[in-house]
Design a protein around this ligand. Structure first.
Ligand code: BGC
Length: 804
């Protein structure tokens, strides 16, 4: 396989997998995302045109079983790339009278370009070849382009192209949500500012965001249009233009559509319709735009350069696609827009575009390449700090309580009821008790600071977030006199299968080990943050937050006296009482049901409840091994007066491995990580599974509802940070390679403290070359610390390498 091929993904048309294809071929630039739907289709059960602008949410009200339900969703905007063609007086492509003989797509991840090759035949037997190329511009964030090349195979005559903006879209991409309202915008204006240009202005019904889309279609030079006139079918929500040209059999005719999207949320825009009309007029040609777009993508890949030397071509191929989607969803454009990381990308409507804790998995690879993007996402959280404070205050707590699901303004967007598709019943959703989201925010702030050394951010925003999060967790921790320790009750851990004790009247479980231990970690970072920032800022913050010494002493005490539940054999308990729950025979369930990843739904359909069993949806305790090194975890537990003997680690891993169904795609990457150093073959299996989550659509058709961004980002992260042992700690870069020798070498570039470093890892050894930099940088590998000056290289020889 040649290296060019590792960038290309090809898809044949398969009706039942078209939604997945549309998502995997989705193009975005952090500002706007467009599914790879074929331009001639409307939503019809097979095809689903989806256009999403980052942060463009709207709220709708419904009633389910008599209960009011309010949901905020990322809005599916009008489709700016709606385009169909007609041969002579035949039927329109996409309509009943025209048969699509073939349609295949090729995604070029190196350049962010999607190419479609199709053939169609109308009732009169006129056969036509169509080639379409599209991009969502990497630099001009408002611009998208679609080139349509038409070759009549066996006919000559008049070809008509109808292109424009289809404003009949609704949010109906997820079957589970179809009982709820889905019309999020009203069409305000449809017009043709020029004969070749359509304009559509819509406004969301509640958030009152105005969105203007303008599309212009022109015939390429050399072909004279016979007729060009605007079409605005009244009442149909479409603004379009029609263009006819005389074409000859065997000769290609090219039509270029360029479109722009503006919203009233855009910085430096006074009015979206004005901006769209002005911009479309002066927009460069398709060729010019495509060239600058492709160049920008090549530059992105220089920054995110990685290379696997081995024959494992399939891994590189999958990793490129995963990274491509991560890199196009969260970008420097999104950093500017006050948006978070939507768990399902800008690719579909699952989870309604909400922001969860998935940035924990997404941001880490960015810290060492595009710190400004990470800073942007953290600022999204900072701007919602007050809302989080209010959420804490509303329930009588102090500090900041970040919502489990976040959208426009930082209130809790978690649904109160959700539909179990297996039973058809709406059931209460108690997963919002996942208070650990705040700990993830604190963790991300600290990681960013460690990787970037951005003290200004820590002083201005980061420290305040960490302090307020620490304060919240201190306020929900109660002192248990009998134990002489602090406990945290009534929460939900990352494993969403356990939201209450069997038969309990109140939701929540007690002393989730992950939450309690990460609380201790956060208390310590709060103290570290106060120590790092300047004296002036420290006293400002202490004064404005009324942070007295007594409170700081309590945090210190909490960090030494938090309760952590253990099984009698030393395994860390997921929460208090977990080992007393009933056991389930997962092998038997697997034999009966096949896929048991969403065992909660299977059990729920027979009136049973996963809360009764020792079974987990995803990594929960094991997240501790994912976020903290074994030494760090041991140190934390030691500080609390617990010990984690060497045998307890594999025992804990085995215990949860046998009880986890991996109902979340995040789980595979965490398991790859925790098994990497002890059970390499299984780790590789999980790694490949995580890498291919969306490619293989392993979650039973959910890829068509959006990518699983956390899993996609986790795959790259696992290569570097887990197998490569890459870490930033104490102002230094650390490596601890454990790279499978069978994979040859792994090479990647990172930026660290003003240096551009090329890291090459093979087996347990590593070579780090400084490609550019100012002052020497210190790099550690296991116990060895070396200094690298600009232009220099250091090599670390690992112990395993000698054996290999
Ligand atoms: C997982 C969460 C995750 C969310 C969004 C859920 O299925 O349980 O951990 O944050 O999906 O990806």
């Amino acid at each position: 396989m040649n290296t060019a091929a590792e960038w290309i993904w090809a898809f044949e048309f398969e009706p039942e997998r078209e939604a997945r294809r549309e998502v995997l071929c989705g193009l975005a630039n952090g500002y706007v995302g467009i599914r790879g739907a074929e331009p001639e289709h409307v939503a019809d059960g097979t095809h689903y045109p989806g256009t999403y602008a980052a942060g463009c949410y709207n709220r709708l009200r419904d009633s389910v079983d008599g209960l009011p339900v309010e949901t905020e969703s990322l809005v599916n905007l009008p489709n700016p790339l709606a385009l169909t063609i007609r041969a002579e007086d035949g039927g329109w492509l996409g309509g009943a009278g025209v048969e699509l003989i073939e349609s295949r797509h090729e995604l070029d991840t190196r350049h962010g370009v999607l190419t479609r090759r199709a053939r169609c035949r109308d009732r009169a037997g006129r056969t036509t070849t169509i080639v379409q190329r599209r991009f969502v511009h990497r630099v001009h964030r408002h611009a998208v382009g679609l080139r349509t090349i038409v070759v009549p195979e066996n006919w000559s005559g008049t070809l008509t192209v109808r292109a424009g903006i289809d404003g009949r879209t609704t949010n109906s991409g997820v079957r589970r949500y179809q009982a709820l309202s889905n019309a999020h915008y009203e069409v305000e204006q449809l017009s043709n500012p020029a004969p070749d240009t359509s304009l559509s202005v819509v406004e969301t019904t509640q958030s009152r965001i105005r969105i203007a889309l303008a599309a212009r279609t022109r015939v390429a030079p050399g072909l004279e249009p016979v007729r060009s006139h605007p079409v605005v079918p009244v009442g149909a929500g479409q603004a379009a233009t029609e263009l006819s040209a005389a074409v000859t059999a065997g000769t290609a005719a090219t039509f270029d559509t360029t479109a722009v999207v503006y919203t009233s949320r855009d910085p430096a825009v006074s009015e979206p319709a004005l901006a769209a009309t002005e911009r479309i007029r002066g927009l460069p040609t398709f060729d010019d735009l495509c060239e600058t777009h492709m160049r920008a993508w090549r530059q992105v890949w220089q920054r995110f350069r990685f290379r696997l030397s081995s024959e494992r071509w399939r891994l590189t191929h999958a990793a490129r696609l995963d990274l491509f989607h991560v890199l196009q969803t969260v970008t420097t454009h999104s950093a500017d827009l006050d948006v978070g990381v939507p768990a399902r990308g800008l690719h579909g409507e699952a989870y309604r575009g909400h922001v969860f804790w998935d940035e924990l998995f997404v941001l880490r690879t960015r810290c060492l390449r595009e710190p400004e993007v990470v800073r942007g996402v953290l600022r999204y959280r900072y701007r919602r700090l007050d809302r989080a404070r209010r959420a804490a205050r509303d329930v009588g707590q102090r500090g900041a309580c970040y919502p489990w699901q976040s959208g426009s303004d930082g209130r809790e967007e978690n649904q109160r009821l959700h539909l179990n598709p297996a039973s058809g019943r709406w059931i209460p959703d108690e997963t919002a008790l996942q208070r650990h989201i705040g700990l993830a925010v604190a963790y991300n702030v600290w990681q960013y600071w460690q990787a970037s050394g951005d003290l200004q951010f820590l002083e201005q925003y980061g420290a305040e977030m960490i302090l307020e999060i620490a304060r919240y967790f201190a306020s929900i921790a109660d002192y248990h006199a009998g134990r002489g320790r602090y406990v945290i009750r009534g929460v939900v851990g990352p494993d969403e299968f356990h939201t209450r004790y069997p038969g309990a009247a109140r939701p929540g479980i007690d002393n989730n080990a992950y939450t309690n231990i990460m609380t201790v970690w956060t208390m310590m970072r709060a103290q570290d943050a106060l120590a790092v920032i300047s004296d002036r800022r420290r006293s400002e913050l202490r004064e404005s937050l009324r942070l007295r010494s007594r409170e700081l002493r309590r945090w210190e005490e909490l960090s030494r006296r938090m309760f952590v539940p253990f099984h009698s054999d030393g395994v860390i308990s997921q929460f208090e009482g977990y080992p007393e729950l009933a056991e389930l025979d997962l092998a038997a369930l697997r034999a009966r049901h096949g896929d048991i990843r969403r065992l909660d739904r299977i059990l729920g359909s027979t009136g049973d409840d996963p809360n009764r069993y020792q079974v987990s949806k995803q990594a929960d305790v094991l997240m501790l091994f994912y976020l903290l090194s074994a030494d760090e975890l041991r140190e934390l537990l030691g500080r609390l007066g617990y010990s984690l003997p060497a045998h307890a680690v594999p025992r804990t891993i085995d215990y949860y491995l046998a009880r986890t169904t991996h109902g979340s795609t995040l789980s595979a990457m965490v398991h790859a990580w925790v098994l990497a150093r002890s059970r390499r073959a299984e780790a590789m299996e999980f790694f490949v599974r995580g890498l291919e989550s969306d490619i293989g659509d392993v979650r039973g058709g959910t890829t068509g509802e959006g990518v699983h961004l956390g899993a996609m980002a986790g795959s790259i992260d696992t290569m570097e940070r887990c197998f490569g042992g890459l870490e930033t700690r104490d102002g230094m870069l650390w490596l601890n390679p454990y790279w499978p020798v069978s994979l040859g070498t792994l090479e990647f570039d990172i930026a660290f403290r003003g240096h551009l470093l090329r890291v090459r890892i093979s087996g347990a050894g590593a070579k780090v070359t400084s490609l550019a930099g100012q002052t020497p940088v210190r790099i550690g590998c296991r116990r060895e610390i070396r200094t690298v000056g600009p232009g220099q290289a250091v090599t670390f020889v690992g112990p395993l390498r000698r054996r290999a």
